[in-house]
Design a protein around this ligand. Structure first.
Ligand code: MOS
Length: 702
């Protein structure tokens, strides 16, 4: 028997490297993504997008498009369904002729084939009245403002003590500005929807979403519907990385288009280029970091002031300065966020919004400060390890950053590292190593329910409207259910990914396992109580129970975070400036890992995306026209196999009894935090050149 087969038969399946239960369906093409769902008599949609950044539509000439055989209907602001006003300027599209950013949807063509729709859309003549636009983020803009809060509900600014005074009297200080560029989520499966209205006015959406109930809850009120009149089906999702967390205008547009062809489903998969305009992205960030320390390398002051962009149609405030509130001890501290509302599409979630860019500036600054204090960067971090959460004063439920740093150092071979930068040459390459920390908070989302049914035949059906965005939810929730029911995994049938199932939060903030798992454990506990009432046997009519996510009393008593340490080896070519990373190591402390195989994939994927951020990713926004010019995978390079050498991932055996009944912290986002800083620190160690703005493109080393 293979390990995976054994796991299927064994109770207490948590921790085993079970293979994905839906894996063979995926590789045999029988696990449908959104537009692959078989529907009767489908139609196909191609959108119209604004080619100016700001202004209004003066006229739309659709006559040539209408004349094309196979064109069924053309959607424009003139015939678009009226939407209820919900205050969501991103989604309330086609309600006027105003244009607020380049790429904004203005309508589209519904046709018998995708090719006809696309061709007909190209025949539509749009005339505009153009006004001036402004898409350039700078820290010295006069119109920066302070948002009420930052994503999702963190305080915008924090301050303790006297940072300026502490910096003035510190033995060692650092004052530097770091920046990260605009970046775009690029899941393998594009954003895609099949929308269909029924005769009685209900809407069905096969949608590539991170949360079927999130989509339902957002779309229903826009169309004046009750939530239960919108049905969302999404059993398999080919990645989202946050961009499918909240619905973007493409979902609304698909539903609008379907209104024009009653009884016929409309398929609307976005092209890769369209994804660079309307489904969210990571804001560029400008991070002013100041640190002060005494002669022993103990921090007296930490300050991080962040400037980033939002849009005019809807605010999104990335919480970039939030991790600096927790990472290191210092009596004097401040953080702030300021935004510029530009004529751009709405920024949104991208894997570890906040923590990902927020662990770049400060973790490079820690490297710079360690050097300035004459300390090894690991020793410098250890000296500034807080006893309790500096922000809340609460004890940590578990905090094993130091253990990760030490274990990583041992595995990476850090002990004989020569601290001098720019002195190790191998042929045409300068070689260096670097380290940075990782962190991500433990989030639980409210509102999930799970139903478990069992029959005298001894099978257990677990129903919850959760999502698998490629992370392994199908498998891990089955393992959690089997563990809580004390039965083998092979006796559990899980159903997720539909609003026909009990209500659930979505996949976001690495909260899935915490939220859905706790809910399933609660349902399993109720089921076992009911079984006991029946003397341990299932009555002929079966048993059905519904559990809900329990209140966790410890969330107000402990600060809950996962941590990690990432080590990088960087080679920088002395002729071309190219940076190559042959080796990455990540050691994490994230509570109990539910499935060693899918868990490793999550952390490995996060680090790969972090390496991609370090070396390549940058959306280039043309200031003259207001669009991303490198809007496809040919020009927006994402790390591929050729860019990756060895990536090693492991974790400490961490037991945290406070986070949830499984003892598991989230791992979807932890792996991307800190990677870019570790690589940047390694590139400095190689060359002596300190780059403070990502990505580490060759020009910065020449
Ligand atoms: Mo994640 S960016 O919260 O989906």
């Amino acid at each position: 028997m293979t390990t995976a087969e054994e796991a299927l038969l064994r109770p207490n399946a948590i921790g085993t490297p079970l293979v994905r239960l839906e894996g063979s369906d995926k590789v045999t093409g029988t696990a449908p993504y959104a537009v692959e769902h078989p529907v009767d008599n489908p139609t196909h949609f191609h959108p119209l997008q604004s080619r100016i950044a700001v202004g209004r539509v003066h006229s739309i000439d659709t006559s040539a498009a209408h004349a094309e055989p196979g064109v069924l209907a053309i959607l424009t602001p003139d015939n678009a369904p009226r939407l209820a006003s919900t205050g969501n300027g991103e989604l309330e599209i086609l309600q006027s002729d105003e244009i607020a950013y380049r790429g904004q949807f203005l309508g589209g063509v519904i046709a018998e084939t995708p090719e006809i729709a696309r061709h007909a859309a190209s025949l539509i003549r749009l005339e505009y009245e153009q006004r001036s636009h402004d898409v350039k983020l700078r820290a010295d803009r006069g119109d920066l403002y302070k948002p009420e809060q930052v994503n999702p509900t963190f305080e915008t600014d924090t301050a303790q003590g006297d940072v300026d005074g502490a910096l003035a009297s510190a033995a060692v200080t650092l004052d530097a500005t770091y920046s990260t560029p605009m970046e775009h989520n690029n899941p393998m499966e594009p954003h895609a929807t099949i929308a269909c209205w029924t005769d009685d006015g209900e809407l069905t959406l096969y949608d590539s979403t991170q949360g079927v109930y999130w989509t339902q809850g957002t779309v229903a009120p826009l169309f004046g519907l009750e939530q239960q009149q919108v049905h969302v089906i999404s059993p398999h999702v080919g990645g989202g990385f946050g961009s499918k967390g909240i619905p973007h205008p493409n979902v609304v547009l698909a539903a609008m288009a379907a209104r024009l062809v009653p009884g016929r489903p409309v398929k609307f998969p976005l092209t890769r280029q369209q994804m660079f305009s309307v489904v969210g992205y990571r804001t560029p960030t400008i991070q002013h970091v100041r640190l002060g320390a005494d002669e022993q390398g103990r921090l007296s002051a930490i300050a991080q002031d962040v400037v980033e962009q939002s849009s005019k149609v809807k605010e999104f405030a990335e919480q970039t300065a939030v991790p600096a509130r927790t990472m290191y001890a210092a009596p004097h501290r401040r953080t702030s966020h300021r935004l510029a509302a530009l004529d751009v599409p709405v920024p949104s979630w991208m894997r570890a919004p906040g923590e990902c860019p927020g662990m770049f500036g400060p973790e490079v600054a820690m490297d710079e400060m360690a050097l300035a204090c004459g300390l090894d960067p690991i020793e410098f971090r250890v000296r500034n390890e807080p006893e309790t959460d500096p922000e809340s004063g609460l004890p940590f439920s578990s905090r094993n950053l130091v253990a990760c740093l030490h274990e990583g150092a041992r595995r990476f071979g850090w002990h004989d590292r020569d601290p001098d930068p720019g002195v190790r040459r191998r042929g045409d390459w300068l070689v260096g190593t670097g380290v940075a920390a990782s962190t991500y908070p433990v989030f639980a989302m409210p509102g999930s329910q799970a139903t478990i049914r069992t029959t005298p035949e001894g099978r257990y059906t677990v129903l919850i409207g959760a999502s698998d965005i490629g992370t392994g939810t199908w498998t891990t929730l089955t393992q959690i259910a089997a563990d809580a029911l004390e039965v083998p995994v092979s006796e559990v049938d899980l159903e997720i990914g539909s609003t026909t199932l009990p209500t659930a939060s979505g996949a976001g903030g690495s909260s899935g396992i915490n939220s859905w798992g706790s809910t399933i454990v609660d349902a399993a506990r109720r089921l076992r109580t009911r079984l006991d009432e029946h003397g341990g046997t299932v009555p002929s009519e079966g048993i059905e129970v519904t559990g809900e996510i329990p209140e966790n009393p410890y969330t107000s008593q402990y600060a809950m975070y996962s941590f990690g340490a990432q080590f990088a080896e960087a080679w920088v070519n002395t002729d071309t400036g190219e940076v190559s990373v042959p080796r990455l190591l990540g050691i994490f402390a994230a509570g109990r890992i539910i499935n060693a195989r899918t868990g490793r994939s999550q952390l490995l994927g996060g680090m790969t995306m972090g390496l991609s951020m370090a070396l390549h990713e940058e959306s280039v926004l043309d200031p003259q026209f207001g669009h991303v010019v490198n809007h496809d995978l040919a020009e927006y390079h994402i790390a591929t196999n050729a860019d990756i050498g060895s990536i090693e991932v492991d974790w400490l055996d961490e037991h945290d009894p406070y986070v949830n009944p499984m003892g598991a912290k989230g791992i979807g986002e932890l792996g991307i935090t800190g990677t870019a800083a570790a690589v940047t620190n390694a590139a400095h160690h190689a060359t002596g050149i300190r780059v403070r703005d990502l990505p580490l493109s060759p020009d910065k080393f020449l």
